[in-house]
Structures are given as structure tokens and as C-alpha cells.
Design a binder for this molecule. Structure first.
Ligand SMILES: NC(=O)c1ccc[n+]([C@@H]2O[C@H](COP(=O)([O-])OP(=O)(O)OC[C@H]3O[C@@H](n4cnc5c(N)ncnc54)[C@H](OP(=O)(O)O)[C@@H]3O)[C@@H](O)[C@H]2O)c1
Ligand SMILES: [Zn+2]
Length: 337
């Protein structure tokens, strides 16, 4: 089978199409013929050589977390899925035995990791991480959901976002950003989002963003947010100087969920502003299998329509990463092996 592998960790030019043996399912596994696999910034960190998870010794490396496809074969001890089923993978990998695996939520697992291998024609996955996909949900749409929407939904939950809350989303145009905007809308909240691009913001407004702020300078964004109101919650996937910006605009007692570091892995912020304002910073990674199940139900019922900017055949996987790196896209980029 063909796979789009990272053969050098030098950015999009490091993606090559290689031939690999088609996987056979081991005990507890299902082999899925991948119809769609979304890419995430997580893959780009790896491809850029900026991830602690993968280095030169792991090459060639097949990334790709968000697998939607058809079960080709199952191994021993597999229950609940059979060949021919349409499925979506929850890419969480957990140890099954730590206190968080026993007590939940499983995304706190002490050995938490992620599945990689979806950028290929077939992938061997843990069968008990597969959700059945309703006929009405297309593979491409389904693949957009796990990492971006599950993470966004979990952040909104952890930040206790409810109806009429004002939610600030710095960087509202990417995978997690658009998911935060759309899901805040589903929850009945109001959103304010930023981007460096006016045209991308107008697309996100058509997806439900209530207030758009064009710009990248926190000193210019801060008064623009304050003119709209004091956010109850901030969904921060950028880190860097956006952490201080988010904390400074939050209302008293407001919550900031943090899941990423695109704008910087270190943030300086006003400590007194945090404690005097009774604000909370919440670290959050991925979500639970049940979060994903709810999101698939929302898609099936027509209440959520994940935004897909572009789909790419497997041979053009490098193009998909180029679009992400150049900040060309709105929402998700999906490879369709
Ligand atoms: N912890 C977790 O479980 C988890 C899960 C998913 C994602 N993440 C992290 O969350 C982040 C977003 O992931 P994603 O897949 O949604 O990425 P993405 O689609 O590439 O995000 C693009 C967004 O980021 C903005 N952006 C890109 N570079 C920027 C910069 N240097 N300064 C300011 N804004 C910038 C873009 O703004 P413009 O519109 O201005 O281009 C756009 O809104 C990544 O850091 C990722 O690793 C973490
Ligand atoms: Zn565990």
C-alpha cells in the first residue's frame, strides 16, 4: 500500500509517497481502509522537526491521527466492529491501568499518547477506539472531527461555557479555532475571534463568528475586544503573547483553556491580575471518546457542519501541509487516500 511518509523533518518538502506492506490486524486491532484523514498542526510540528515525539531515528514516519474509513479486517478478540463497517477512530492512546484510565477522564492518562498512521491507504488501529459512523456522515466530514473538534469541545466544557457567554478565540480561522467558534455557537454562546486575514475572518463569520477582529498585535486587539465586552472564557491554542492578552481581557472569575503553543511555547502574564481577578487557567489536551461520540451525533443530526477548506489525494499530502504552513486555509485540510 502507499503511504505519505515524513522522510525528512524539513517541513512540507519532507513528505514522500512510499510503499509499505499492507498491515494485518493483530489481536484487538482492526485494519481500516482509510477514506479520509485530516491533518493537524500536530503533524506539522513533527514534519518541521519541532516535536519531542519524533526525531530522525523514527523515519520514515507516517503521521495522521484522524482516520475515517471502512474496516477491511479484524484480529482476534475484537467485538463491536466487523469488515465493511464505516468507522471513525478516536486517536487517544492510553495505558488502561493508571488511575485516570480506571476512574476517567481517560485523556488524563499518565501515559497518554496518540495514534499515528492515517496518512496511508490502510491503518491498523485499536478496534475499541472505533466509533460506528452513521450513513449520513461522509468520511471527509468525519475525519475533520476527532482532533480539532474534540479538543475544542473539551476546552469549552472545561471552561464551563454556557448560553450567552462571550467566548474569545484568538486565531479563529484554523482547525481548533473554527471548531471553537462553531461549537460555542451550538452551546448558545457569543464569539469574538481574531485573524491576520480579513478574508478568512469573513468566512468564519459566515460559520457563526459574531465579532471579528483583524490583527496580530495584542495591543491593538485588547481594546477591540474590550469594546465588545469582557469575555467569560478564552480558548487559547496560540500561547505566546496571546496568554497575557486573553487573561487581561477576561472578566473577573473568567476561565482560559489552553491547548496549544503556535505563537510560542512560553508566556509571560500579569500574576496579580490573575489572582485579584479570580481568573482560572486550564490546560487541556484532546478529549474523551464520549466527547467524540457526541460530536458525531451533532454532525449526524445536522447541528454541526465541520468546515473543510480543501481535500487532497494522498500524492498531494505535501500540498496540504504547505497550505497549513502558509496559513492559507480556513478550518480543516483533509487527505483522501
Ligand atoms: N493539546 C491538544 O490536545 C491539541 C489538540 C489540537 C491542537 N492543538 C494545538 O493547537 C494549535 C492549533 O492547532 P490547529 O491544528 O488548529 O492549527 P492550525 O489549523 O494550523 O491553526 C491555524 C490558526 O492559527 C493561527 N496562527 C498560525 N500561526 C500563528 C502565529 N505565529 N501567530 C498567531 N496566530 C497564528 C492562524 O491565524 P491566521 O488566521 O492569522 O493565519 C489560524 O487561526 C496548535 O498549536 C496545536 O498543536 C493541541
Ligand atoms: Zn492510563
Amino acid at each position: 500500500m502507499r503511504a505519505a511518509a515524513f522522510t525528512e523533518l524539513i517541513g512540507p518538502d519532507g513528505v514522500s509517497i512510499i510503499d509499505q506492506p499492507t498491515p494485518e490486524p493483530e489481536r484487538g486491532e482492526a485494519v481500516v481502509d482509510v477514506r479520509a484523514c485530516a491533518i493537524n498542526h500536530h503533524d506539522l510540528w513533527i514534519l518541521d522537526g519541532d516535536s519531542a515525539m519524533v526525531d530522525g531515528d523514527n523515519l520514515p514516519f507516517v503521521s495522521g491521527l484522524d482516520v475515517a474509513g471502512e474496516v477491511r479486517a479484524v484480529g482476534g478478540d475484537v467485538r463491536g466492529v466487523e469488515p465493511g463497517d464505516r468507522v471513525l477512530l478516536c486517536p487517544n492512546e492510553t495505558c488502561g491501568s493508571c488511575r485516570f484510565c480506571r476512574e476517567g477522564p481517560e485523556n488524563l492518562c499518565e501515559s497518554f499518547s496518540l495514534f499515528h498512521g492515517g496518512l496511508a491507504e490502510s491503518a491498523a488501529v485499536s478496534a475499541d477506539r472505533l466509533l460506528q459512523l452513521p450513513e449520513s456522515v461522509e468520511f471527509t466530514t468525519a475525519a475533520a472531527v476527532p482532533t480539532a473538534y474534540m479538543t475544542a469541545y473539551h476546552m469549552l466544557r472545561r471552561a464551563e461555557v454556557g448560553p450567552t457567554d462571550l467566548v474569545f478565540v484568538p486565531g479563529a480561522t484554523g482547525g481548533v479555532g473554527v471548531a471553537c467558534v462553531q461549537l460555542a455557537d451550538v452551546l448558545g454562546a457569543e464569539t469574538v475571534g481574531t485573524s491576520s486575514s480579513a478574508s478568512k475572518l469573513s468566512t468564519v463569520e459566515s460559520l457563526g463568528l459574531d465579532h471579528a477582529i483583524e490583527g496580530t498585535d495584542p495591543e491593538q486587539i485588547r481594546p477591540a475586544v474590550e469594546e465588545i465586552g469582557k469575555p467569560d472564557a478564552v480558548m487559547n491554542h496560540l500561547g505566546g503573547e496571546y496568554t497575557d492578552l486573553g487573561l487581561s481581557v477576561l472578566r473577573r472569575g473568567g476561565r482560559m483553556a489552553v491547548c496549544g503553543r503556535t505563537a510560542g511555547g512560553r508566556s509571560e502574564f500579569d500574576v496579580a491580575g490573575l489572582f485579584l481577578g479570580h481568573k482560572r487557567i486550564i490546560g487541556s489536551t484532546m478529549g474523551t471518546q464520549d466527547d467524540l461520540r457526541r460530536l458525531v451525533d451533532l454532525v449526524a443530526s445536522g447541528d454541526l457542519d465541520p468546515e473543510i477548506d480543501e481535500t487532497y489525494p494522498l500524492e498531494e499530502t505535501a500540498e496540504a501541509f504547505r497550505a497549513m504552513k502558509n496559513r492559507d486555509s480556513v478550518g480543516k485540510l483533509v487527505v483522501t487516500p
